[in-house]
Design a protein around this ligand. Structure first.
Ligand SMILES: [Zn+2]
Ligand SMILES: [Zn+2]
Length: 298
């Protein structure tokens, strides 16, 4: 068993051992990546491969949408339609792994590029919450499909989100989710990442909640993120990037008003129900960072 537990885009790696000397930890992670299936694939992959995969995912989504609309119209499915749906599902299963490998590949390249700037810290809830909805290099122990970190709301007593790994294979819910408690994980001792005041400052929460900061952050999300498609947040069914929109019951507050939604139609002709809510400050900060290069605290 190697040192790497999981790799995320945005220069983040969860590792099993406590990393004392960062350069050594990073070297061990990079060596392990080189030997991994996605690391080996790197040499054969060309830039823009993720885009090509998304193109393929879009073709499948389009074919499913057509079948969904036909089903809504006819109220029945022909044997040929069923065959076509099975074919779409099979192609998606292969594509799901390819996309995860391509994303891990990009993440590995990002880590390599920044290997001199990263730090190693004990992972906390804020750090893990920042990775919610992003495809990780973690593999489901039950079926081998890629997994994503999810959160099931914020526990009011601790003010911390409930975190867990979720399998992206479908149909759901067949594979078990895996609870993730950053402070108690046996498999995760350090997180390697870029320095970030939104994760490093002990007074960060007080700053995030300051009225002037909250106002500015809300405006940044509303003006710059709303309606944007995020290539790092992917619908596990359609394998396509999701769009940040206002929730139907949005109340105007930063942490209860926004969610990522999938824009595609399923085989029953209904809009895809996969959602990723934007509900913690670290998540908002990370999303801003992905789009603008800087988080809430600049
Ligand atoms: Zn699974
Ligand atoms: Zn979807």
């Amino acid at each position: 068993m190697g040192i790497l537990t999981s790799l995320f885009s945005g220069v983040k790696a969860l590792v099993r051992e406590v990393v004392g000397v960062v350069a050594e930890g990073v070297r061990a992670v990079l060596e392990e990546i080189d030997k991994s299936s996605f690391g080996r694939a790197a040499t054969q992959l060309v830039q823009g491969i993720t885009k090509r995969y998304f193109g393929e995912a879009e073709e499948l989504a389009e074919a499913e949408r057509e079948l969904g609309e036909k089903y809504r119209h006819d109220r029945k499915r022909t044997p040929a339609d069923d065959d076509r749906l099975r074919e779409i599902a099979a192609r998606r299963n292969a594509l799901r792994k390819d996309i995860a490998a391509a994303k891990s590949n990009e993440a590995a390249a990002e880590l390599r590029k920044n290997e001199k700037s990263v730090i190693a810290v004990p992972p906390g809830h804020d750090e893990i919450s920042a990775t919610v909805g992003i495809l990780a290099s973690k593999v489901c122990p039950e079926c081998g499909a890629p997994m994503t970190m999810r959160q099931g709301g914020v526990v009011s007593k601790t003010n911390k989100p409930n975190l867990y790994w979720q399998c992206t294979s479908l149909p759901r819910p067949f594979c078990r989710t895996i609870t993730f408690n950053p402070e108690k994980e046996k498999d995760v001792a350090s997180l390697i990442r870029m320095p970030d005041p939104n994760l490093d400052l002990s007074e960060r929460r007080a700053i995030w909640e300051r009225p002037d900061v909250l106002k500015e952050t809300s405006e940044r999300v509303f003006d710059n993120l709303l309606g944007q498609i995020d290539p790092d947040v992917i619908c596990p069914h359609h394998l396509l990037p999701m769009k940040l929109l206002e929730k139907p019951n949005a109340d105007g507050r930063l942490l209860t008003s926004y969610e990522y939604v999938c824009r595609w139609i399923d085989a029953n002709g209904k809009r895809c129900q996969h959602r990723v809510a934007l509900e913690t400050f670290p998540q908002v900060s990370e999303t801003l960072k992905r789009h603008e290069g800087v988080g809430i605290i600049r």
